[in-house]
Design a protein around this ligand. Structure first.
Ligand code: GLA
Length: 387
């Protein structure tokens, strides 16, 4: 991949003198969905696919950004002065947002850059192509300009830029998973205080399989922001009865005792999901530590039902993939992963059932949806690096 981006860099910018190449991964979340902006726990892992950049400092303040994924847009030109989101800036609003967020933290960019990017995460698949681009940009700026920030800062800067420059009120999970990824481990993160621990996720006799529905529904960002404000509203209602800072502070029992404070059925179900999913995530990691993969899988299935019925972020195409998966012997668990409204499912599948899983899901998906599903057997990778 390094050679590919370097070759493109040379083609576009003439030579590769003084160019550095960087990588930051995407992520898949095993369990703990829509809990990260509710002070709950998440359990994602970094992938070995992600985004690559070849970059070089310029002698002026210009930004020349080119993505091999958006070839037809050519080099998108701007400057480091007056960074603001613009429709014509297309995908470059992500790296520019990160530059802007660095400046907000008092890190002044000393000069412009020439950059060529390439990502091998399918866009809109729910595997965090945007978070990987944000973390990659932060990592690259840190290396090129010597900014003193930790990898957790890179995650926070990425999230800040996405919230305030790109208008998506995401939580911290994706950027954290990308910035803090560790080979063969998932990250058990408490989003209330960013305490975390790594948990080995090498399954004996089973694989983690991501299935891409190749569906991306419009309005994902606005529906996501709506879910977030519904939870905030429900929390406010609960706070009239019980002293909590976040929905993640509540056990299921406490929630049931006080839920009558929530005056709207949709809000009640959103909050219920956030509370139960958080507790489910804690239990799932416990199960994994006890080598009880069957229980982990059962909790994944419950997570799907809750996301489908209470949080309402699934869609018919994804439900078909999950229901077909549940029918197969050798599937330990299967659920929607990521923000939802399309994207991917994540499944734990016994080694001997992986081929059958792919064949049966492909056939059923084509027949019932009329579309092709893509499969990806997950390798859990490290966080960002210079290549
Ligand atoms: C998106 C967001 C994350 C998280 C998930 C849902 O991926 O970026 O912060 O909220 O959705 O779990």
């Amino acid at each position: 991949m390094k050679e590919t981006v370097l070759k493109k860099f040379e083609e576009i910018f003439g030579d590769t003198d003084g160019v550095s190449v960087y990588f930051a991964p995407g992520r898949v979340n095993m369990i703990g969905e829509h809990t990260d902006y509710n002070g709950g726990h998440v359990f994602p892992c970094a992938l070995t696919i992600g985004t690559y950049a070849a970059a070089r400092k310029r002698n002026d303040d210009k930004l020349f950004l080119y993505s091999m994924n958006f070839d037809s847009l050519g080099v998108i030109k701007s400057t480091i002065k007056d960074l603001k989101p613009e429709k014509e800036a297309e995908w470059t609003n992500y790296p520019k947002g990160v530059m802007w967020a660095f400046e907000k933290r008092g890190f002044k960019l000393p000069c412009g850059l020439d950059v060529v990017l390439y990502g091998n995460i399918p866009n809109g698949s729910g595997l965090s192509s945007s978070a990987s681009l944000e973390v990659l940009t932060g990592f690259m700026l840190r290396d090129l300009f010597g900014f003193e920030v930790s990898n957790i800062d890179l995650a926070l800067i990425g999230q800040y830029s996405e919230n305030n420059f790109n208008g998506m009120n995401c939580g911290i999970m994706d950027q954290f998973a990308s910035a803090m990824g560790k080979k063969d481990n998932a990250i058990f993160l408490n989003t209330a205080d960013l305490s975390y621990e790594y948990a080995p996720l090498v399954l004996k006799g089973a694989k983690i399989v991501v299935t891409n529905s190749n569906v991306k529904h419009k309005l994902t960002d606005s529906s996501y922001n709506t879910r977030r404000s519904e939870c905030e509203q429900a929390l406010k209602e609960l706070q009239t009865k019980v002293d909590v800072q976040t929905l993640g502070d509540l056990t299921e029992k406490e929630f049931e005792a006080h839920k009558s404070a929530i005056k709207d059925d949709a809000r009640l179900r959103r909050a219920k999901h956030a509370v139960y999913e958080n507790q489910r995530t804690i239990r799932a990691v416990e199960a994994l530590k006890n080598n009880d993969v069957e229980l982990f899988g059962k909790l994944m299935n419950e997570s799907h039902v809750s996301l489908r019925d209470d949080y309402e972020v699934s869609c018919s195409e994804i439900d078909i993939l999950v229901e077909e998966a549940w029918k197969i012997d050798g599937v330990i668990g299967s659920r929607i992963t990521g923000a939802g409204f399309g994207g991917c499912t994540v499944s734990i599948v016994k080694d001997e059932a992986v081929e059958e899983f792919k064949n049966r899901l492909s056939a059923a998906y084509e027949e019932r949806v009329g579309k092709k599903a893509d499969f990806y057997v997950v390798e859990i990778g490290d966080g960002p690096c210079k290549l």
